[in-house]
Design a protein around this ligand. Structure first.
Ligand SMILES: [Zn+2]
Length: 314
């Protein structure tokens, strides 16, 4: 109950109110999806319901059209899948039924976010961890996540390798069943020191994720998940990706991919460059080279512990 109350506070930060009809689409695990919907009820929205994407995704897309929610809550990969089939994405001036998207779990590729924003949708990132449940949410200023301190104490440990980063450590104040004391979430974050224009006093973090979830290159951070989404945008299904980064006279970012998608190499590179403005900038400036190495798909299963990112810069 207390957890639902806290979640309801977070939804209010995202500007969700009594007029809203909220659809929660396949947000794993199921108990999180149910908590999320209950918290919207507690907030007093007009309607909050859960949808399962299920086997027939076209039907799910149609259901969203019919129910016309004002807020869509889901994980980025499901949102992408929905967008690839939604009628409003098929025309330049198409508008979705909802005006807000709250995404949970993974980080959202910047192209997905831009497509939504260009269609008039306000996008909010939710921050939580399975060990701690809710931690914070993005506000209307859309720069970083407010981590709410009435609920948890946050400490930021220095990162020895990259001084611009910190590691988030959390102590729970309200979790009776499984309290955590200075628990290392493993998430690398950046602290935004300025007060937020929205007026919420809680500190703002840019959450980059676990060290194997982003590539740090020449001061830019490129999300592994977002890169993978871009790589496979024109493929039939999402496959494996390994990223190797090395330094010669310049830095070289090598995308290691199964040779089954060799025929779309050009599309892969175009998609990656258009999705990652930071990467495009570094390539243009000549400080970075992007390459693709195609390997036998067996490569991705040969190692007992697959490493998504290999850093040879040591
Ligand atoms: Zn704010």
């Amino acid at each position: 109950q207390r957890e639902h109350g806290f979640l309801a506070e977070l939804w209010a930060v995202a500007g969700v109110g009594p007029e809203d009809r909220v659809a929660c689409l396949d947000t794993d695990p199921v108990n999180l999806m149910v908590s999320i919907a209950k918290a919207f009820d507690l907030l007093g929205v007009a309607e909050a319901y859960c949808l399962s994407a299920g086997a027939n995704f076209n039907r799910t897309v149609q259901t969203i059209e019919n129910l016309a929610p004002t807020v869509l809550v889901s994980v980025p990969s499901i949102i992408e899948r929905y967008m690839s089939k939604a009628p409003w994405t098929q025309s330049d001036d198409g508008r979705p039924p909802f005006s807000k998207v709250i995404y949970i779990g993974e980080s959202m590729p910047s192209t997905t976010r831009r497509t939504l924003e260009n269609a008039g949708v306000e996008v909010f990132g939710y921050y939580g961890a399975s060990e701690t449940s809710a931690l914070g949410i993005e506000c209307s200023a859309h720069e970083g996540i407010h981590v709410i301190q009435s609920r948890n104490i946050f400490e930021l440990l220095p990162n020895r390798v990259d001084p611009t980063l910190r590691e988030a450590v959390v102590t729970t104040l309200n979790q009776r069943a499984q309290p955590l004391l200075r628990y290392r979430l493993g998430d690398q974050v950046k602290l935004l020191p300025e007060p937020c224009p929205c007026g919420i006093p809680d500190p703002r973090l840019i959450v980059l994720g676990k060290p194997d979830e982003f590539i740090s290159v020449l001061g830019s951070k490129i999300g592994y998940g977002s890169l993978k989404t871009s790589v496979y945008r024109n493929a039939d299904e999402v496959g494996p990706l390994q990223v190797a980064i090395s330094r010669t006279t310049i830095e070289v970012l090598d995308l290691i991919l199964p040779d089954t998608i060799k025929r779309i190499e050009k599309e892969v590179l175009e998609s990656v460059v258009s999705a990652e403005p930071d990467l495009a900038f570094l390539l243009d400036s000549g400080f970075l080279k992007l390459s693709v190495t195609f390997v036998n798909p067996g490569h991705f299963f040969s190692d007992r512990k697959f490493k998504p990112i290999i850093d040879h810069r040591g």
